[in-house]
Design a protein around this ligand. Structure first.
Ligand SMILES: *Cc1c(COP(=O)(O)O)cnc(C)c1O
Length: 236
């Protein structure tokens, strides 16, 4: 949890950027088709500042309260920063989230659609969202799922997606794509490919998938947004 010295943060960023460049080239995609979200959860402002100094401008957090504590000051100093919410969002934090974040990756249930739509009205801003899909039920159905205690992981069941998408659009929420955290302890590539297929079926261009261990794989399969934490900030 100690802050890495600035040169280390900058060199980690360069390594991640080079990996993204290589993966996009492999997939015959343009490097700027992929948005790098630096997931700074658990890291204090003094650990984040070196990445800002190195030019990173898009950051991700997974808790509203933590983000509200450290980002207003950083953003006041760097107004061009964008902040993405990548973690599960409680409906009672929707109002705070609508003021604090520029994109939500974890829209996953009807009650949150309702709460976020109302929160965006109140904040008088519309922020783009990804619908988070939980592919674990499919892994289980294939007999591949782990009996995991990761029940905290959010995401709608694939079967619930069409209705949620319809509801979100009716509530004037701009759904730009799908997000997933693949089933644990399995090869991630088939799950990334499945998410890409589902997004394509629904005409959704955005794919938020890939973390420190698998973002190059995700990019080769079509990720438009990668959420990278420990590869940039070190272990949490
Ligand atoms: C923490 C987190 C990440 C980043 O994970 P790393 O393995 O540290 O890169 C990405 N997405 C979500 C939803 C997270 O909670």
């Amino acid at each position: 949890m100690t802050a890495p010295p600035a040169p280390e943060a900058a060199s980690r960023l360069h390594i991640v950027q080079a990996t993204i460049a290589r993966a996009t080239a492999d997939a015959r995609r343009k490097a700027d088709d992929v948005t790098l979200i630096a997931v700074s959860k658990t890291h204090a402002a003094d650990a984040i500042q070196p990445l800002i100094d190195a030019g990173q401008r898009i950051f991700g957090e997974n808790r509203v309260t933590e983000a509200a504590g450290k980002w207003p000051a950083l953003r006041a100093a760097h107004p061009d920063i964008a902040l993405h919410m990548v973690g599960q969002l409680q409906s009672n934090k929707a109002e705070q989230a609508a003021r604090l974040f520029d994109c939500i990756h974890s829209l996953d249930r009807p009650s949150l659609v309702t709460a976020l739509a109302r929160a965006m009205d109140k904040a008088d801003r519309r922020i783009p969202c990804f619908i988070q899909v939980n592919l674990d039920p499919l892994a289980l159905a294939l007999g591949e799922g782990q009996n995991r205690h990761d029940t905290e992981k959010g995401g709608c069941a694939p079967a619930a997606l069409p209705a949620l998408l319809t509801q979100a659009r009716a509530a004037d929420i701009d759904v730009i794509g799908l997000m997933t955290v693949p089933p644990a302890n399995l090869e991630p590539a088939p799950w990334f490919a499945l998410l890409a297929k589902i997004a394509d079926d629904h005409g959704l261009p955005g794919l938020s998938m890939g973390m420190s261990g698998d973002y190059a794989t995700a990019i080769r399969i079509g990720a438009t947004h990668v959420r990278v934490g420990s590869a940039l900030f070190g272990a949490r």
